[in-house]
Design a protein around this ligand. Structure first.
Ligand SMILES: *Cc1c(COP(=O)(O)O)cnc(C)c1O
Length: 405
């Protein structure tokens, strides 16, 4: 295929200060992979790290690896804390405010349980009518445990401000809507919630690693997020939990496992929490998957997250611009906001036959995804996408809509 990339796109790729980062990933060249918001690409350094962990740390040193080389920061016991420290920088947190392990669902439970127990008599949890199902399910399950004593109130995420009322005890929202890609005003909403004494739990599934997040700058109370989406930690990578330092004394730990104990090997009868967010590490750390995430996060070590954000917006702007003529010709409706402040790192369209369209796109090697009922979702990962990929994706969409073989 000859390169006929429009010169403006060529220029954008030539000026891209992050273009060298693509070399740090295994990016399949035969397809355009636009699903890094669901499972990020493999960082090239991860397989060697996994082999080393399996062969040396597990194969040779076995149980000694838990404490071996602690001074050189190679002990398994300290691994969750080291991963937490790398992650903290990306989400505007202090290292001692982040715990890494378990799934996002389980961390949502931990955060909600703590927030709801701190909310006093205000037994209303405000959440998003359209929230990702697991967030809703975890709230429902927890409420059952609490004897259904809470009201689970929901509203559209475009109308949160009006629903912040003094009877609300806690809120649970996802900063970037997984379907529409709409990004909420986390700062403004958190500020208003704090004025009203509402505890905030933010789900950063589509935020962490996608753009700069500033949890402490926003005054957030709790947050959770995924390791396998924009953080590229691999399938089922450990998730994270953020608990603001000001709550460390007051926030109870309900999943009080021994690995969050102040001194696990003391084998004490009674639970005493470890310092900081380490108390939210429940059981034995998932060393294999934590090691993959640890290595994957090194890719971010020299990345200016503001530059990453600029590139993300340039990619999504370009996609929206190139798709624009197609929205006039076909029943394709942009649902992602044009306003930069309200956009995450994905672009979505409604199409009455979205499922079938996405199936054909994937057959053509344009790998986005379909979300019920009618959403075509295209995720852009500024660490490894080029404007040339955007153009290829749009050509693929055009071909599918035109019914080209
Ligand atoms: C992907 C995603 C999750 C995933 O939760 P898991 O426990 O990792 O399966 C949770 N919340 C949101 C908003 C998501 O997009």
């Amino acid at each position: 295929m000859t390169s006929q990339l429009p010169t403006d796109l060529q220029q954008l790729d030539a000026q891209d200060t992050l273009r060298h980062k693509r070399d740090e990933f295994s990016v399949p060249e035969d397809i355009v992979y636009l699903d890094g918001n669901s499972l990020g690409c493999l960082p090239k350094a991860v397989p060697a790290r996994l082999a080393q962990v399996a062969q040396q740390e597990w194969g040779e040193h076995l149980i000694r690896s838990w404490t071996r080389n602690a001074e050189a920061a190679q002990d398994w016991m300290g691994l969750p804390d080291r991963v937490a420290a790398k992650l903290a920088r990306l989400i505007g947190a202090n290292a001692n405010e982040v715990a890494v392990g378990d799934s996002t669902s389980v961390n949502t439970f931990k955060a909600l349980a703590a927030a709801m127990s701190m909310a006093g008599e205000r037994r209303v949890l405000l959440t998003d009518t359209e929230n990702f199902p697991t967030d809703l399910y975890m709230a429902q399950g927890l409420n059952k445990l609490l004897g259904d004593t809470w009201e689970l109130r929901s509203c559209l995420n475009t109308e949160i401000m009006e629903h912040l009322t003094p009877d609300v005890g806690a809120l649970l929202f996802t900063e970037v809507d997984y379907r529409t890609g709409r990004k909420l005003d986390m700062k403004g909403l958190t500020a208003r919630a704090r004025e009203l004494g509402i505890l905030t739990v933010w789900d950063l599934a589509h935020s962490a690693g996608a753009f700069p997040v500033d949890l402490n700058g926003c005054g957030a109370d709790f947050a959770v997020g995924c390791g396998y989406k924009y953080l590229n930690g691999g399938p089922g990578a450990p998730a994270f939990l953020f608990v603001a330092e000001r709550h460390h004394d007051a926030a109870p730990v309900f999943l009080s496992g021994w690995m969050g104990h102040a001194d696990p090997f003391e084998m004490a009868r009674a639970y005493a929490p470890a310092a900081g967010a380490r108390r939210y590490v429940v059981g034995t750390p998932q060393v294999l998957s934590l090691s993959a995430l640890d290595e994957a996060l090194n890719v971010f070590s020299d990345v200016d997250m503001h530059a990453l954000r600029r590139k993300s917006l340039s990619l999504t702007d370009t996609f929206i611009r190139l798709m624009e003529p197609l929205t006039g010709q076909y029943p394709l409706t942009l649902v992602t906001p044009l306003n930069h402040e309200e956009r995450g790192s994905q672009v979505s369209y409604r199409h009455p036959d979205a499922q079938q369209v996405m199936k054909k796109l994937i057959e053509r090697g344009i790998v986005g995804d379909f979300r019920t009922p009618d959403i075509l979702r295209f995720g852009f990962t500024p660490l490894y996408h080029r404007h040339a990929d955007v153009e290829r994706a749009v050509l693929g969409v055009r071909a599918v809509l035109e019914g080209q073989p």
